[in-house]
Design a protein around this ligand. Sequence first.
Ligand SMILES: [Zn+2]
Ligand SMILES: [Zn+2]
Ligand SMILES: [Zn+2]
Length: 281
Amino acid sequence: MSLYDFRDLKAFVKRRFDIDPDSVASTFQRITARLNREELGRRVRRMADGFYYKDDDGVEHKGFLYIGKGYSRPYRDSDTGEDTIVPRFHTCNCDTIAGQILKNNYDGHYVFSDVAVEMDEYDGTKKDPKLCSKCQNMMPHLRKRLTTEQYEQLLREEATKAGLFRTADLPKHIDVLESGYTPDWAEKSRDYRQRRKFTCEDCGIQLNERFVDGFYLETHHISGVKTDNRDLNLRCLCVLCHANVNDEHRRNYAHGPNQRKLSDFIQLYRGKLETVGNRHL
Ligand SMILES: [Zn+2]
Ligand SMILES: [Zn+2]
Ligand SMILES: [Zn+2]
């Protein structure tokens, strides 16, 4: 289960408290705006975790940027090997965005949006742009080849969650997500891995050289109780050690995104895993 997956939260709140989260004040609002240079500077805050667009009321909305119709050039998609004119979309201030802005090469090119986008492919078909790989490296919790439709969904969930936890009259005891993790788990887990200096407590591999490396360390609950986040119940483990904690974990890592993450990790860090003598290799 992804630590960033709040998809079930709405259904959970609906069922458990008989409240429709959609009726709770949420910051989500449909916005699509082509930006000239001045607006990009004044309206959009470019942060490591996202772009924030300030509306006329001064309210900020999180979304993404993409090169609008008529400005994109054909390129070869490295994932599919095919030529395309549908640009990637950007979720944060990656090298590409920062570089364009440095070069002053963006007047009217970029569109801010927080809703799904459909663009014309050169053969006339419609396509949903995919996530820029540099942005994905900077935001490793986002799936590779994420589409704008999927990102809109994540933005809605984030806004709903922010709205929910801000709303004072909701029951006070929403402390466990349906996944079994506490709502502050992502933060707790990150903090714990940081304090362990991004080092696996089993094989000893250190994954602290680049920002993205930390993605391959996970925080394991020793007792299996996912609400007990005391240090003595936690272990910072690399994906390979975590996947081999017990049979249940081995099953969890035998399919889907977990399996992909595990095989990516082994492929990327084989040399390092051999050096530390990881016994699961
Ligand atoms: Zn990007
Ligand atoms: Zn390990
Ligand atoms: Zn675990």
